[in-house]
Structure formats: C-alpha cells, structure tokens
Design a protein around this ligand. Structure first.
Ligand SMILES: [Zn+2]
Length: 130
C-alpha cells in the first residue's frame, strides 16, 4: 500500500511553477498526486464532461493513494477566467477566485472525506491561504 500526503489541483499556467514548487516540494517531500488543468477548479464548478473527468481523477487518487489533504489552488491573471482584466481590481479578482474555491470545496465535501485547503497565488509568487 502506498499513500501520498496530498492531492493538488492547480492550473497549467507555467508562471506558477516556481511558486508552486517552492511551496509544495518542502511540505510534501515524498511527493503528491497532481491534477493540472487549465483554469484549475473552474472545470469542477461547471457541470459537464470536464467536471466528470476531474471527479473521476479525484476518485482514482483517493482510491489508489488515500491522500490526506486536497489542495485547491487558483491564481492571478488566469486566462481561463479572462485574465486579471476581467476584474475591476485585484481585490475583486481575489474575491472571485476565493468564491470559486469555496464553491469547489462545497462540491468536494459531498464526496471526499479529506481535509480541503484553498490557496490563491498572485503572480508575485507569495502563496495566500484562504
Ligand atoms: Zn490559469
């Protein structure tokens, strides 16, 4: 039996890589399961085949690796949401992304027993926990 500490869901955006590695690698030294899709939790929050696909990936990770924690990570200037210009201010963008994370958390809590952590990453790289 092999178990991992966490399952991480984040966007494909390459600009996040350094911040994500700096935050995740020391914390989950033994590694973690990763689902990386454009827009991160956006697909979970929209009904359809993308949500079904992601939920299946989450179920597989849970069944095979029993992750203790699920980390949901959104980021600034995400192209899946139209980038930062789709929001009137950085505060509005952050609030909207927080709402997206809260919505996805509510969905996952119905089916997954793991603790859920929510994060937002500004392009400056400093990871913010919600
Ligand atoms: Zn993105």
């Amino acid at each position: 039996m092999h178990r991992c500490e966490a399952l991480v869901i984040h966007c494909i955006d390459f600009r996040l890589r350094k911040a994500l590695t700096a935050y995740l690698a020391p914390r989950f030294f033994e590694g973690y399961d990763l689902i990386s899709v454009a827009g991160s939790v956006q697909a979970l929050n929209s009904e359809g085949v993308e949500r079904d696909f992601l939920l299946k990936q989450l179920q597989i990770s849970s069944r095979l690796h029993s992750p203790k924690t699920i980390l949901l990570i959104q980021h600034e200037d995400c192209g899946a949401y139209g980038g930062s210009r789709a929001f009137s201010s950085p505060e509005e963008e952050r609030a909207a992304q927080r709402a997206e994370l809260d919505k996805a958390e509510t969905l996952l809590m119905k089916s997954f027993p793991q603790a859920i952590e929510k994060y937002f990453i500004p392009l400056s790289g400093k990871v913010i926990s919600f």
